[in-house]
Unconditional design. Structure first.
Length: 138
């Protein structure tokens, strides 16, 4: 009797764990958003090595306005996702790249490759991450 009860409990626990993992897997670990233009104040609030972390619609309203805020709200579920906003001024050849480490939850490593030209350009990158994803900037 005890063995059957233990087996039943184990099956139920595995089913619950599989369902929870399936729900988290429906959202990609990272997605880049394009076509958004934040307010110019983001260049003071962030650097290329330290992004702005937006966790709610209220935070997003501080940095995006009008149509851009509406586009952001359509693409982001703030209950399950966070937004990373990188904004910096540098060479026109600067590149921000990321790698996704295959684990659960995934780990994302951002790295900036500085450009060699001396032309000063503004760069803005907006990423949406699942809230349980670990991230860091190298």
């Amino acid at each position: 009797m005890f063995k059957q009860l233990t087996t039943s409990c184990l099956i139920v626990l595995l089913a619950v764990a599989a369902t929870a993992a399936k729900e988290d897997k429906t959202l990609p670990p990272i997605k880049q958003l394009t076509g958004l233009k934040p307010a110019a104040s983001v260049f003071k609030a962030t650097t290329r090595g330290k992004p702005l972390v937006i966790k709610s619609e209220k935070d997003a309203a501080k940095h995006f306005a009008g149509d851009d805020l509406a586009k952001l709200k359509k693409q982001v579920d703030f209950k399950k996702q966070v937004v990373l906003l990188f904004a910096w001024r540098g060479s026109g050849q600067d590149r921000l790249q990321f790698d996704v480490a295959e684990s659960f939850p995934e780990q994302i490593h951002f790295r900036l490759k500085p450009g060699r030209t001396r032309d000063l350009r503004s760069h803005v990158k907006v990423y949406v991450l699942r809230s349980n994803v670990k991230w860091r900037v190298k």
